[in-house]
Design a protein around this ligand. Structure first.
Ligand code: GPU
Length: 838
């Protein structure tokens, strides 16, 4: 790197160097950080060094706001939101920080004057993959909105050493590669050793009497682990507020350091250390289907205990009492992963802080709220009682006590309804006792919400219907949203610029203002630029596809995209059946007219999910045949993009023409990718599921490609006895498609390869692909026709963006603030940095 640092004559003061925003100062800081932090001479530096130096330059400029925010929160009488989540899929930090600090342009200039290119440096950042999919990404969008809305908030989670695996595709199969995201260091975290907490596990409980002869319970653990907080700043967009994401790393406790070593038990000491550190080692790569492993429960309890101890410690330091905790803390449970919070809070209040049970219960219930993210029965977390007893003996006692008191209440309201009691009980008695975490979370919270209107209705009618009858007022809907800062401004700068040129820049904080775009819908210059931007975004993706898949795609074809976790309920294989059908139509009639399409897939399968991995293989197998067949003649291409992630999403959403949201109705709680596509001007082909329903309501039914059974029809068909084979037998095209797959047409070396996939569809078809197949294929024909009318498609695309304002996570978070948390914004005024006073 060539800099002119040596020639600089301006007077840059020390404090300027770390807070100054002029191009000159930024250049100087960048060069300094390369030298002093990375320890590299410019001529020997590589891109990682540039990335690190630029990150420190940016972090320095965040710190003033971050520390000022902490000071204001410390001094003022406020209520704070604590968002507890086992996953935070934050996405890359550097670009987002630059945007939120309004520093993007200056840094780009400073970097350019240093002879480098900012976008290339941004690509060096490892994408912190501390989540699986929608649930973890939602938590990240929420943190962005909380900071932007100036709400005092803190995210609490686990600092996994290995995040979601990297996916590579080998011979069409998914191969998992460990994600060593911390290898080069993490410039975005600050370790707060002084706030380390102790977490107990195992052992037994005993009763003892206090000085006044009152009995108490004491938990004697068999081992203790330390939780070390690692803090990451979360800047709001164009505000001074910088909130904190606090992630806990597990380390061996004090006793390890002395006792085991001193007694000469070196192996034993090391084993303890390894066991402790294992707790925050790796993210469980399951989405929507928990694995009931002991380590997973250890992870959950570990971060919950750390976080609640942290909250209580800070509260006590400030107020010296706990009865007013609910006035200052709102704790949100992101699904049931942190639901053990209910029992841990009771334990801390009763056993450790000496509160009476009833008072502790009042505090707990008024502090916690619970968000449910799934209706799928297999995704509801349950833990075997024996495991619970050995790992968390005191918590099991507390859960029994909570359950006993709860069921006694129920009995007074509904006497002699044994079945109702059995359904409501926190303990499932059938087939080996289990603790039902959703029941625990519901009983212990004052609010329970679903994540889209349909999902909340189904929660009330189905999964949690008995609780709804008891406490209808507890239930509420909070339709998900996504942050337009990352998903439009950062991902799609050209579109953002066009929009700001037309309606000003405030839409980024008030997304409803996008409606103003409707008045430009007939402006031919605007429409043309709209199309050019989409085309350029498609070209960027096409270049990526060429570089990574060696497949040439036509940017004039429909970019028809399905990116999300691979799951049978999301029905990537329905998309695939239709692709095979189109291919067979070409083979039968080589001159058939067809709007050219590029089908693009991306998504990870849980490593133990056989059928999901087979679907990936099938997509790649079909791609191999279709992409090579000269008969296809540019009409079809199929691409599976490896290693879908937040950062790859930023490339993909802006390049889409068609967004595939084709889950079986009633199965996708909300979906959030659907919103990102819509905001970037893609049209949706989708079922009446999750937030699709609300997207269609907003954009207008004429601007949405709807197909398929409704949730009610799905249920009715199931109870009436669904026979997938009937569809196979009566639908010739569908039969040919399935036969080709089953016969090994796409797997020449292994004819039976896809038989399990076909058999599952013919014999069970739990997600009703065959019932929805014809409606989907017909709807896709309409899409193909519609795309031919460029003008009409442009109008629909503009209207989709103009009417997507509801799906900002700012709207979602405002609703949580007003209706669940009862928290208000807190203004943070910046004070000039003064080293003498710091
Ligand atoms: N979701 Br439960 C996940 O991503 N992982 C999970 O373990 C569970 C739910 C998703 C839902 O599938 C999706 O519909 C929703 O939009 C998202 O959570 C955020 O609410």
């Amino acid at each position: 790197m060539q800099t002119d640092v040596a020639n600089q004559t301006s007077n840059i003061t020390v404090e300027d160097d770390r807070t100054g925003l002029s191009i000159e100062t930024l250049k100087r800081a960048f060069a300094d950080n390369l030298f002093y932090i990375q320890g590299k001479l410019a001529i020997l530096a590589n891109f990682t060094d540039y990335y690190m130096a630029l990150s420190y330059t940016t972090r320095d400029r965040l710190l003033q706001r971050w520390l000022q925010t902490l000071k204001v929160y410390h001094e003022q009488d406020i209520k704070t939101v604590y968002y507890l989540s086992a996953e935070f899929l934050m996405g890359r930090h550097l670009g987002n920080s630059l945007i939120n600090l309004d520093l993007y342009e200056s840094i780009a200039q400073a970097v350019k004057e240093s002879g480098l290119d900012l976008t290339e440096i941004l690509e060096q950042e490892p994408d912190p993959g501390l989540g699986n999919g929608g649930l973890g990404r939602l938590a990240a969008c929420f943190l962005d909105s909380l900071a932007t809305l100036e709400i005092p908030a803190m995210g609490y989670g686990i600092r996994y050493e290995f995040g979601i695996f990297n996916q590579s595709i080998q011979h069409g199969w998914q191969v998992e590669i460990p994600d060593k995201w911390l290898r080069c260091g993490n410039p975005w975290e600050v370790v707060r050793y002084e706030s380390t907490v102790q977490v107990k596990f195992g052992g037994h409980t005993e009763i003892y009497n206090d000085d006044r002869g009152r009995p108490h319970t004491r938990w004697i653990p068999s081992f203790t682990v330390e939780g070390i907080p690692h803090d990451t700043p979360v800047p709001g967009y164009q505000t001074n507020t910088v909130n904190t994401l606090r992630l806990w790393k597990a380390e061996a406790g004090e006793d390890f350091n002395f006792q085991a070593f001193n007694s000469g038990d070196y192996d034993g000491a090391v084993a303890t250390k390894i066991k402790s550190e294992t707790i925050s080692k790796v993210l469980y790569p399951n989405d929507n289907t928990p694995q009931g492993r002991q380590l997973r429960l250890e992870q959950q309890f570990f971060f919950v205990s750390c976080s609640l101890q942290d909250i209580i410690r800070r509260h006590l330091k400030k107020y010296g009492r706990l009865d007013n905790l609910p006035e200052h803390a709102a704790v949100q449970l992101n699904d049931t992963h942190p639901a053990i919070s209910i029992a841990e809070m009771m334990r801390l209040l009763v056993d450790e802080h000496g509160l009476f049970w009833d008072e502790a219960w009042r505090i707990t219930q008024s502090t916690f709220a619970y968000t449910n993210h799934t209706l799928m029965p297999e995704a509801l977390e349950k833990w075997g009682v024996p495991l619970f007893e050995s790992l968390l003996p005191r918590h099991l006692e507390i859960i029994y006590e909570i359950n006993h008191r709860f069921l006694q209440d129920v009995q007074t309201w509904y006497p002699d309804d044994e079945e109702l009691l059995a359904r409501l009980s926190i303990i499932e008695e059938n087939g080996g006792k289990q603790v039902r975490m959703a029941n625990l979370a519901t009983v212990g919270s004052h609010a329970v919400n679903g994540v889209a209107a349909l999902h909340t209705e189904l929660l009330k009618q189905d999964v949690l219907s008995d609780f709804y009858k008891l406490w209808p007022e507890k239930f509420n809907n909070k339709t998900n949203g996504v942050t337009p800062r990352r998903w439009v401004l950062l991902a799609n700068p050209a579109l953002s610029e066009l929009i700001s040129e037309k309606i000003g820049g405030t839409w980024l904080k008030h997304l409803d203002e996008l409606r103003k775009l409707e008045s430009f819908v007939d402006d031919s210059d605007f429409r043309q630029r709209w199309r050019q931007i989409k085309q350029a975004n498609k070209q960027k993706l096409a270049d990526y596809i060429m570089a990574h898949n060696c497949v040439e795609v036509d940017v004039n074809s429909i970019f028809d995209i399905q990116v999300k976790r691979i799951h049978e309920y999301k029905r990537q294989h329905l998309d695939l059946l239709h692709i095979i059908a189109l291919y067979l139509r070409i083979k039968q009639n080589p001159h058939i007219q067809m709007t050219p399409r590029t089908f693009i897939f991306g998504g990870k399968a849980a490593p133990g999910y056989f059928m999901a991995k087979l679907i990936i293989k099938a997509i790649n197998a079909v791609a191999d045949v279709v992409n090579r067949d000269p008969d296809v003649h540019g009409r079809l291409k199929v691409v599976f993009l490896a290693n879908f992630s937040a950062s790859l999403g930023q490339l993909i959403y802006p390049a889409a023409d068609l967004s595939e949201q084709i889950s079986t109705a009633g199965k996708e709680a909300s979906g959030t990718g659907n919103m990102k596509f819509t905001m970037n001007g893609a049209l949706t082909i989708g079922t009446l599921d999750g937030a699709n329903i609300e997207i269609r309501e907003e954009v207008g039914e004429e601007n949405f490609f709807l197909f398929g059974l409704t949730a009610a029809e799905v249920e009715k068909m199931k109870t009436d006895g669904y026979k997938p084979r009937d569809y196979y037998e009566s639908n010739e095209e569908l039969r040919h498609v399935l036969d080709r797959l089953a016969m090994g047409y796409f797997s020449p070396g292994d004819k039976d390869l896809f038989k399990p996939l076909v058999d599952s569809l013919l014999n069970h078809d739990d997600y009703m692909l065959l019932a929805d197949y014809q409606a989907y294929a017909d709807c896709q024909d309409k899409v193909g026709e519609a795309y031919k009318d460029v003008e009409q498609w442009t109008t629909m695309s503009i209207l989709n963006v103009a009417r997507s304002g509801k799906f900002s996570s700012d709207r979602t978070i405002k609703e949580y603030c007003d209706e669940i948390w009862h928290v208000k914004p807190v203004n943070v005024e910046l004070e000039p940095y003064d080293p003498a006073k710091a």
